[in-house]
Design a protein around this ligand. Structure first.
Ligand code: PLP
Length: 378
C-alpha cells in the first residue's frame, strides 16, 4: 500500500522546537509568556492589525468575540449556515438565538441577498441581531462589499470567522480584519497550527485587552484575588504558542503551496464534470482546502471510497447548520436553487474536500488526480 495521504495534516517546518526550548529553559510553562506575546505580535504584523488575543481554541475566540459584541440571553445572532459547528455553538453558550443565512452558489459564502431579507425581517420585528458571524469558507473570502454595506445600513457589527482563511485577502485587506472583530483557528488541520489554539484579531485595542481579561478568569489587576465579572480559562499556553511562532516563520510558503495544490486540481480536472467555487472579485483565497462539486451521477461518497482504497483521505463538505438536530427550530434564510431546498444543501450533497496539505509531494497529487479521474471519468 502506498503512503497514506491525509486531508490537511500539520506541517512542521523545524523552527517550532526553538521556541518550545526557550519556554522550557526559562521554565515559562504557563498559559501566558513570551511566546504568547510574540505570536500575537507576529499575527498582528502579518494581518496589519493593532490587537490580538491568543486563546486555547478558535471556538473560545468566537465565544469571547460574541461577548464583546454584547451578545446576551434572548439576543439574535445571524450566522453563515454552511460552516463548521464552531462558528455558531458559542451563540448557544450565551443563550442567544442563531439565525442561519444560506450561501451563494459561486463563493459558497453567505448570500448578501439572503442576509438582506433576514435584516429587513428582523428590523421590522425590532429584533436586529447583535452580530453577524460571516465565515470565509474553505479560505475563500466572503462578498464583503455587499455584506458590509448591508451590515452598516442596519448598524450591526460583523464578526469575521476567518478560522480557515489566514493568509487570504479581500481588496488588499487580510482576512480576519474585515469585520469589527476577527477570529482565527490554529487547530492541527488549519493553515498554521499550535496543536490547538485560536485568536481574536482586531483594530480595537480595547477589545483585545478586554478579551485577555475575560480569558484569564476576569482577575482584577490588584494584589489579591478579586473578580467582578464572569471569567474563563481560555488563554493559549506558552508551549503551544511556541509552535505557532515557529509556524509563522513560513506562513507565506504554506499559503503558496495551498494555492499551488488548488491550481493543480483545477488543471487536472479541467475536462471533468466538476465545479470549483469562485472567489469574489478583488479577493485572493488561501485555498485552505481544495473543494469542488461533482455535477454528474457520481456521488461524493463514491469518490471518497475510491480514494480510501488508494489510502487517500478525502471528506464530505460541511453539513449546513440548519440541518443539524441541535439547531432544529432555528430560523433559516434559504436561497432557492434547482432541485434542492437551499444552496447549502446542494453543496453538501455534491461537494467534496480533497487532500490539501502543504507537505504533499507532486507524486502524491498525481496519485489523487488519477484516482479521481478514474472514478468520475471524462
Ligand atoms: C476550525 C474552525 C473554527 C474554530 O475551531 P477550533 O477547532 O475551536 O480552533 C471555527 N470556525 C470554522 C469555520 C472552522 O473551520
Amino acid at each position: 500500500m502506498p503512503n497514506r495521504v491525509f486531508l490537511s495534516p500539520p506541517h512542521m517546518n523545524g523552527a517550532e522546537m526553538r521556541y518550545i526550548n526557550d519556554a522550557f529553559e526559562s521554565n515559562w510553562i504557563a498559559p501566558l509568556g513570551a511566546n504568547v506575546d510574540l505570536l500575537e505580535r507576529r499575527v498582528c504584523e502579518y494581518l496589519k492589525c493593532n490587537g490580538a488575543t491568543a486563546l486555547s481554541s478558535g471556538t473560545a475566540a468566537i465565544h469571547l468575540a460574541l461577548r464583546y459584541l454584547g451578545v446576551e440571553r434572548g439576543d439574535v445572532v445571524f450566522c453563515s449556515a454552511l460552516t463548521f459547528a464552531a462558528s455558531c455553538m458559542p451563540i448557544l453558550y450565551e443563550g442567544a438565538e442563531p439565525v442561519f443565512i444560506d450561501s451563494e452558489l459561486d463563493s459558497w459564502n453567505m448570500s448578501p441577498d439572503a442576509l438582506r431579507s433576514a435584516m429587513s425581517d428582523y428590523a421590522a420585528l425590532g429584533r436586529l441581531p447583535k452580530a453577524v458571524v460571516v465565515v470565509d469558507l474553505y479560505g475563500i473570502p466572503a462578498n464583503y462589499d455587499a455584506i458590509q454595506a448591508i451590515c452598516s445600513e442596519f448598524g450591526v457589527p460583523i464578526l469575521e470567522d476567518a478560522a480557515e482563511a489566514l493568509g487570504s485577502s479581500y481588496r488588499g485587506r487580510m482576512c480576519g480584519t474585515l469585520g469589527a472583530l476577527g477570529v482565527l483557528s490554529f487547530n492541527a488541520n488549519k493553515i498554521i497550527t499550535t496543536s490547538g489554539g485560536g485568536m481574536i484579531v482586531t483594530d480595537d485595542t480595547a477589545a483585545a485587552e478586554k478579551t485577555k481579561f475575560w480569558a484569564t478568569q476576569s482577575r482584577e489587576p490588584v494584589a489579591y484575588y478579586l473578580h467582578r465579572e464572569v471569567g474563563y480559562n481560555y488563554r493559549l499556553s506558552n508551549i503551544s504558542a511556541g509552535i505557532g511562532c515557529g509556524q509563522m516563520e513560513t506562513i507565506a510558503g504554506f499559503v503558496n503551496r495551498r494555492r499551488e495544490v488548488n491550481a493543480f486540481y483545477r488543471e487536472a480536472f479541467r475536462s471533468l464534470p466538476v465545479t470549483f467555487p469562485t472567489a469574489p472579485e478583488g479577493s485572493v483565497p488561501n485555498c485552505w482546502l481544495s473543494v469542488l462539486t461533482i455535477d454528474c451521477a457520481v456521488s461524493p461518497t463514491d469518490v471518497i471510497d475510491a480514494l480510501e482504497r488508494c489510502n487517500i483521505e478525502a471528506r464530505r463538505c460541511w453539513n449546513p447548520m440548519n440541518r443539524q438536530p441541535k439547531f432544529d427550530g432555528c430560523k433559516f434564510y434559504a436561497v432557492q436553487t434547482d432541485g434542492y431546498s437551499s444552496v447549502g444543501e446542494t453543496l453538501f450533497e455534491k461537494g467534496i474536500c480533497l487532500p490539501s496539505g502543504t507537505a504533499m509531494s507532486d507524486a502524491e497529487l498525481d496519485r489523487i488526480a488519477d484516482c479521481v479521474r478514474a472514478t468520475i471519468g471524462d
